[in-house]
Design a protein around this ligand. Structure first.
Ligand code: SAT
Ligand code: MN
Length: 593
C-alpha cells in the first residue's frame, strides 16, 4: 500500500485496473526522482539536451505538431445540471462523459509507467491552499508538475491529513485530435484528460484544477479563483501595494508580473515584487480586505517576445534548470525564439529552419521554470496568509476605443468592466488569432460554472465591512492610425500603476467621465517617456459615439446569459449607457432636469 488514505489508495487501484500500466510510481518530488526522469526522457528522445555551458539543467521538449495549445472546443464542464455549466462552457452529462473517457482510458497505459503525483496548489502550510493528485502516463507532465506545483511527499502528507483532494486522471493517448477531451466533474472534484500532452490540457493542477474546479468551489465557499497575476509595487517610502491583474492568455501577464521600473523610477527607489504570473486565489480576511495567494510554484510562460528589452527578469529566470517546449535551437544548441538575438538553425519541429515554414519557434512555445529562480520573486509569495490586494486590474488586447487606463466608480461598476472585457485572440488556444471576443475577467476558457452565477458571486463581495480593492481597466495595446502601438508597454506600465496607487492613496485626482475616472492632464508621470503628447492625448481620449456602440454591444453580450444574469449588472450597464447618452447630448440632460 502506498497511501494510508483509503480513498486515495482505492482510486489509484481502480485507475490501475482500468488503464493496466506495467509499473506504478508514486512521485516523492525529490531531486533524485526528477534527475532520473530527465535521464530516461533524454534516452527516449522525449527531451533534448540544450547547451549545458550557457543553459545548465535546460532541456527541450518537442510536442506533437497537432498538440501545441489548449483546445477549448474539446474542453467540457460535466455538471449534473446542464444549466450550471452555463453558455460559456461546453457541457456533457457526467455519466456519458465518464463512459466516453473510461473507454479511452481502457488499457491505455499497457506496457507503460503510471505516475501518481500528489500536489499542493499554494504554500504547503497555507489555509488557502488546496491539494490534488494527478495520475498520468507522461513523464513530461511529472517534471513540469514538479516545477509548477509543490509536488510529492509533503503534499501527500497533507492530503492524508485532510482526506480530500481533486482527482485528475491524464493520459497522452495517441495524440489523435479526434480522440482528445478534457472533462471536468466539479461535483466530484474530478478531471479526466485524454489525448494531449500540452500545458493546460495535461498539467491538471493548472487551468483544470486551479481555475475550473477551484472557481466552482470558490463560488460555494465564498472566495475567488481568478486568471490573474499578482505583483507587489514598492514605492520609495518602502510601502508595498499588491495588485492582481486579469489578462487573457499571451497578453503579457508574465511581463507585468516581472516588470523592471524605468530608469528614473529605479533611481528613486521603486521596486517590483513578483508573487504570481497566471493564477490568483483570493478571499476576504478578518479585516475585510481581500488576501491572495498564487497557487502555483512556477511559471509556464510564453517564450516568443521574451527578451532583454521586454523582460530581462524572465530571461535571467530561465537561464538554468528550465524545460523549454517547442522553441527553436541555434547552431550552438541554445534555445531560441523570435525576439532574441542570434539565428535559429532548427525550428520547433526539429526541421532545418526555413522562413517559408513560418516562425522558428512556435508562437505558443513555452518555458517551465521554478518561480524561486526569478530575481524579483517576492518573499511574501510563500506567506501562508497571502498578500492584501489594493487594486484589481482588467485588460485585453484592444486596438481601439479602450483608453490606456480608467478606474471604476465602485465595485459594481468594476464588475461590469471585468464582465465587458474583450480581447483579440492569441496563439495560446487553438483557432483563429486576432479576432475580438468577449472574455469576462479573462476567464472565458476557465470559469467552471455559469457566467451569470459568476458575476453574482463577484457582486456578493460588496457587503458591509468589506474593504475591497479599487478596480481599474487598462489597455496596453491601443494602436494609432499607422497601425503601430501608441504605448510602449513593458517597464513603462509602471507609470500607469503609479497613477493607480495615487488614486488608492488619494493623491491623484483624475477626471471623471461616463465610463470611469481617467488621469487628469499631467497626472501620468512622463519624464523619460518616449511618447508624443498627441499620442498621450489619443491614449486617454474618450470617443463618446464609439462608447455608446460599445455599451450596446456589452448589453447584448450580458443578455446572452439569460435569467441567471444578475439584475444589478444589467442596471449598471444601463446606468453607464444613460450617462454616455447624457454626455453626448448635454441639451437633453438640461431639458430632462
Ligand atoms: O496552456 S495553459 O493554459 O497552461 C497557458 C495559457 O493558455 O494560459
Ligand atoms: Mn493563463
Amino acid at each position: 500500500m502506498a497511501s494510508t488514505l483509503e480513498a486515495l489508495q482505492r482510486w489509484v487501484d481502480d485507475v490501475a485496473a482500468l488503464t493496466r500500466p506495467a509499473h506504478i510510481h508514486w512521485c516523492d518530488g525529490s531531486n533524485v526522482e526528477y534527475q532520473t526522469l530527465v535521464q530516461q526522457m533524454l534516452a527516449s528522445g522525449e527531451l533534448v539536451e540544450l547547451n549545458q555551458d550557457t543553459h545548465p539543467g535546460c532541456y527541450l521538449h518537442r510536442s506533437h505538431p497537432s498538440d501545441v495549445a489548449r483546445v477549448e472546443h474539446l474542453t467540457f464542464v460535466c455538471s449534473r445540471d446542464e444549466q450550471d455549466a452555463g453558455p460559456n462552457n461546453h457541457w456533457m452529462a457526467p455519466a456519458e462523459a465518464h463512459s466516453k473517457m473510461d473507454a479511452l482510458f481502457d488499457g491505455c497505459m499497457e506496457g507503460r509507467t503510471m505516475y501518481v503525483i500528489p500536489y499542493c496548489m499554494g504554500p504547503i502550510d497555507s489555509p488557502l491552499a488546496r491539494c490534488g493528485v494527478e495520475i498520468t502516463d507522461s513523464p513530461y507532465v511529472v517534471i513540469n508538475m514538479r516545477k509548477m506545483t509543490r509536488m510529492g511527499a509533503l503534499a501527500q502528507a497533507r492530503i492524508e491529513r485532510e482526506g480530500t483532494f481533486v482527482k485528475g486522471l491524464h493520459s497522452t493517448g495517441e495524440l489523435d485530435p479526434e480522440r482528445r477531451f478534457i472533462m471536468h466533474f466539479p461535483e466530484e472534484l474530478a478531471i479526466k484528460s485524454y489525448g494531449s500532452g500540452y500545458g493546460g490540457n495535461a498539467l491538471l493542477g493548472k487551468k483544470c484544477h486551479a481555475l475550473r474546479i477551484a472557481s466552482w468551489q470558490a463560488n460555494q465557499e465564498g472566495w475567488l479563483a481568478e486568471h490573474m497575476l499578482i505583483v507587489g509595487i514598492e514605492n520609495p517610502k518602502g510601502e508595498t501595494h499588491y495588485i492582481a491583474a486579469a489578462f487573457p492568455s499571451a497578453c503579457g501577464k508574465t511581463n507585468l508580473a516581472m516588470l523592471i521600473p524605468p530608469e528614473g523610477y529605479r533611481r528613486d527607489g521603486w521596486k517590483v515584487w513578483t508573487v504570481g504570473d497566471d493564477i490568483c486565489w483570493m478571499r476576504p480576511g478578518d479585516d475585510g480586505r481581500l488576501y491572495a495567494i498564487n497557487p502555483e510554484a512556477g511559471f509556464f510562460g510564453v517564450a516568443p517576445g521574451t527578451s532583454n528589452d521586454s523582460n530581462p527578469n524572465a530571461l535571467s529566470t530561465i537561464a538554468r534548470d528550465t524545460i523549454f517546449t517547442n522553441v527553436a535551437v541555434t547552431a550552438d544548441n541554445q534555445p531560441w525564439w523570435e525576439g532574441l538575438p542570434g539565428t535559429p538553425v532548427t525550428d520547433w519541429q526539429g526541421r532545418p529552419y526555413d522562413p517559408a515554414n513560418g516562425p522558428a519557434a512556435h508562437p505558443n512555445s513555452r518555458f517551465t521554470v521554478s518561480a524561486k529562480q526569478c530575481p524579483t520573486w517576492s518573499p511574501k509569495a510563500e506567506d501562508a496568509q497571502g498578500v492584501p490586494i489594493s487594486a484589481i486590474v482588467f485588460g485585453g488586447r484592444r486596438p481601439s476605443l479602450l483608453p490606456l487606463v480608467m478606474q471604476a466608480n465602485d465595485w459594481t461598476h468594476g464588475v461590469l468592466m471585468g464582465a465587458a472585457m474583450g480581447s483579440e485572440t492569441t496563439a495560446a488556444a487553438a483557432g483563429a488569432v486576432g479576432v475580438l471576443r468577449r472574455d469576462s475577467m479573462a476567464m472565458k476558457p476557465f470559469c467552471g460554472y455559469h457566467y451569470g452565477d459568476y458575476f453574482s458571486h463577484w457582486l456578493s463581495f460588496d457587503r458591509p465591512g468589506a474593504k475591497l480593492p479599487k478596480i481599474f481597466h487598462v489597455n496596453w495595446f491601443r494602436k494609432g492610425e499607422d497601425g503601430k502601438f501608441l504605448w510602449p508597454g513593458f517597464g513603462e506600465n509602471l507609470r500607469v500603476l503609479e497613477w493607480m496607487i495615487g488614486r488608492i492613496d488619494g493623491t491623484a485626482n483624475g477626471v471623471h467621465s461616463p465610463i470611469g475616472t481617467v488621469p487628469a492632464k499631467g497626472e501620468l508621470r512622463t519624464e523619460g517617456l518616449a511618447v508624443s503628447p498627441n499620442a498621450l492625448t489619443e491614449l486617454l481620449d474618450i470617443d463618446l459615439a464609439g462608447w455608446q456602440a460599445e455599451l450596446t454591444a456589452i448589453g447584448q453580450y450580458l443578455e446572452s446569459f439569460g435569467a441567471r444574469l444578475p439584475q444589478r449588472l444589467r442596471a449598471e450597464q444601463q446606468r453607464v449607457a444613460q450617462a454616455l447618452g447624457d454626455a453626448a447630448q448635454p441639451s437633453r440632460r438640461a431639458v430632462a432636469s
